[in-house]
Write a protein that binds this ligand. Sequence first.
Ligand code: MN
Length: 227
Amino acid sequence: MTRRELIHSATALALLPAQKMMAAQAALPKLPFAVDALEPYIDARTMEIHHGKHHQTYVDNLNKALATQPAVAAKPVEQLLKDLASVPEPIRNAVRNNGGGHLNHSLFWQTLGKHSPGAAPKGKLAAAVQKSFGGQQAFEEKLRAAGLTVFGSGWVWVTAKAGALTIETSPNQDSPWMAGVTPLFGIDVWEHAYYLKYQNRRADYLAAILNVIQWDFVSQRYEEITK
Ligand code: MN
């Protein structure tokens, strides 16, 4: 697959049209890169476990929960999360945690890839970064700082609202999708994302992962989201 095709298909997945992300029979998406592609920033063993075990478990548990509630099983995950009150109480938490885990990681993988020196936001995203944070360095500093404020497990998110970029955090597998907002990208700060290589040093992980964000992809996604 060429980079262009990959970005195209990744964008299609990331924007999650209903027919592509039906909750029923959720499936683990293939990683768009080799498990060792993020070395030395993110090690291959972490990627194998994170994608092959953690994400797979979210998929399996989401499917298990939905199998008991055929009335909502065909709805897109994104819609279930946006309207959790409509999800039958017996599976509401399972959908929140495992549907959230599935959706969050599906986007996360698309935004990661091999480090390419000098990569940076482009076009409208570059302008939005400048306007919202004063530059890429300040943007990354704020992302790292936000990552350190998450107590326990959670995510750091960047959303685009009214032409400005906002950094927010969520606990567990919650996300902006739950408030009906499509995130631009997120950074997983669960210990399972970094513990093998960085142990308790979340700050080092946050600095490292910013080296493998695919800014071309995120820039294109920004244009799609803000269209
Ligand atoms: Mn994770």
